[in-house]
Ligand binder design. Sequence first.
Ligand code: PLP
Length: 407
Amino acid sequence: MTLNWPQSYPGVHWYDQQEDQAVLDVLHPKAPFRYYGMSQPKYVEAFEETAKKLYGVRYALAINSGTGALITAMNALGIGPGCEVIVPTFMWVATIGAVVHANAIPVLCEVDESFNLDPKDLKRKITPRTRLIIAVHMTGAPCDMKAIMAIANRRGIPVLEDCAQCNGGAYKGKMIGSFGRISIFSLQINKNCTAGEGGLLVTNDQDLYYRLNAAHDVGVPWVDGGTRPDLGYVTWGNGRRMSELIGAVGSVQLQKLPKIVKHMRASKQRIKAKLKGIAGLSFRKIHDQKGDTGCFLTLILKNARTAAAVIDRLRAFGLPACRMAEYGMHVYYHIPQLVHKTPLSPAGNPWKLPQNAKSVYSYAKGACPKSDALFERSILISIPSCLTRAQENAATKAIKAAMAEQG
Ligand SMILES: Cc1ncc(COP(=O)(O)O)c(C=O)c1O
């Protein structure tokens, strides 16, 4: 059996003449900058308008990347020295990097079998210095937003949703990205909707929107065709505007997102249905099946040894699979700059700042044993957005065969 598994770049499989046309529609009128040009630019604004409708939020701000969105969100939320920010053990380095860039201290929270924030550990990790909780909807499926929001709201701590890996997902009938004080998305090539690079910030709070707007640009909000220092949001900007070329591709892709997600979700559900009842095999807990974007299938095995053996067999069959424990800088102990608390400057910030003296944490393997054990015995398989029934069936056969060989 040799499978011809497609590469897992969900958005790009859906590129067609619509994206081509939109790009030319920026180049030909010579309008590549979002705020003005040789003719009236329109695509970044269209991208933001589509986003507001899709996620059901009042404000949307296009930006140059998901990392840029996270850093800008920290600026707008006033995160700085003396603040602790709770982050899950399973994320992407950029999620924690944004906290460090703000000179705040990241605090690791365990994930549970949903591979998202464990609400029980979240309660334990809150201290008088906690100023933000980052809920990262990892590998396509939503966090337990009911539990997380209840914990955060009871203590008056804002939640930031990192939706980079779950664009188009939902939780109990509401789009993810519409729960947190601010939410971020990415349009990088691995994402469900992509322009190669790009990002998005959404919020329902006008005050925060102006802060984000000012911080992502020149430090002064751009409102109705001009900078408005009089509005009272002047800060230091970090030059992260989205270009019209990205806006053109992004706005076409965002309109296609529901179809892309529907395709992946259906493929995943068909594969999962055929794998039901296999001894020794369980799946990641999904908090809302209907809100799962379906871009990954996670298998949980009995132990690390079985997981390694199953991966070897799957790879031999041509099905790319990865042990969670080896999933690069998505796993806290694989982030060298975190484990070694690499400072941002010779001043030793953020870890050596006097304001952070009470926030002493380890980030080395072993800091979060529940996550460590789960990562060791779990396997990640991508579900491309263009699978045929024949490819789905071949993958199912490969997984069944690999499991059968384990006895
Ligand atoms: C969970 C998560 N957050 C943030 C990012 C950063 O997005 P970008 O690559 O657009 O900077 C990514 C993307 O890689 C991600 O997976």
